[in-house]
Design a protein around this ligand. Structure first.
Ligand SMILES: C[S@@+](CC[C@H](N)C(=O)[O-])C[C@H]1O[C@@H](n2cnc3c(N)ncnc32)[C@H](O)[C@@H]1O
Length: 287
């Protein structure tokens, strides 16, 4: 498939999920990032606090499409500007809003019109619950961010960069929009070793956040070439283990395509991905 075909298919599939109102995966569908029957249970398994979700999130903001908890590694402070790449229905954007408070701002970017409409429709519920009006959603591709140079303190993203047909460009865009000293706090699927051909070329495993994932060394190289430093990649096994234990159809398909005895955990993991854009040097030894 061409890059355009991939983007169109990803947009169509995630548009369908937005319209369905929850994760629409299953044997009869084309797969998606988190085929969780219960999005709240998946969120708890990957590190979200159930009470916090209930307190802050409007109904329908958690579609069960996440594979990590980027807000937890972002160490957000009041007044910061946060950019959420592929913000979906607004899940992490809304959770980051109270952390940056009334003086901070969260911008979500997504290329899928139905997802964007859903996220924007959720803003009123967020404001009602928190009293805050500090989250906005912009239409756009993460390869061409509708965001000014050096204007963002922290870039977060949850299970999205793997879906991009041009990942080096995404990392260059992240470096462009970050302020000097700005931080990356991303959760994404990463490959521990190359997938067998049958798994790597299936479009449903691409839409399902598996086949498009980068190898660890490729990811480190793209971040380095974009000019980001202090990269720390931390594997988080809970997401893949939860889907395997739950007999998720997509992960069953992956297992069937592996050599006998192979498990998806040998190939696929979720990772916390942290890095920094070099800042103005202010002390001996700083970057
Ligand atoms: C797996 S979902 C994750 C949504 C959200 N981050 C969450 O955790 O609930 C992927 C989202 O990324 C969006 N997306 C995928 N590729 C994109 C791209 N190249 N540019 C902008 N958005 C993209 C999709 O429309 C979808 O909303």
């Amino acid at each position: 498939m061409t890059k355009i075909d991939i983007r169109t298919t990803v947009r169509e599939q995630y548009g369908a999920m937005a319209r369905a109102g929850s994760s629409c995966c299953g044997p009869s569908t084309n797969g998606c990032c988190a085929p969780a029957a219960d999005p709240t249970a998946l969120a708890s398994a990957i590190g979200y606090d159930a009470a916090e979700l209930q307190r802050i999130l409007p109904d329908g903001a958690n579609l069960g499409l996440s594979c990590g908890n980027p807000g937890a590694i972002a160490a957000l402070k009041a007044g910061e500007v946060v950019l959420d790449l592929g913000s979906g229905a607004g899940f992490d954007a809304f959770l980051c809003g109270p952390k940056v408070g009334a003086t901070g701002r969260v911008i979500g970017v997504d290329m899928t019109p139905d997802m964007l409409a859903k996220a924007r429709g959720n803003i009123a519920g967020y404001t009602q619950r928190t009293g805050l009006a500090n989250v906005e959603f912009r239409m756009g591709e993460i390869e061409h961010l509708p965001v000014a140079d050096a204007s963002v303190d922290v870039v977060i993203s949850n299970c999205v960069i793997n879906l991009s047909p041009d990942k080096p460009q995404v990392w260059r865009e992240i470096a462009r929009v970050l302020k000097p000293g700005g931080r990356v706090a991303v959760s994404d699927i990463v490959l521990l070793k190359p997938l067998p051909e049958a798994v790597a070329t299936a479009i449903n495993t691409y839409v399902g956040c598996i086949a498009g994932a980068s190898l660890v060394d490729e990811l480190k190289r793209m971040m380095r070439e974009a000019g980001l430093v202090k990269a720390v990649l931390t594997p988080k096994s809970a997401y893949v283990e939860t889907l395997i234990t739950g007999d998720d159809p997509l992960y069953q398909q992956v297992r069937a395509g592996l050599p006998a005895g192979g498990s998806p955990v040998d190939y696929i993991t979720s990772m916390d991905i942290a890095a920094v854009k070099p800042g103005a040097c202010c002390a001996p030894g700083c970057c």
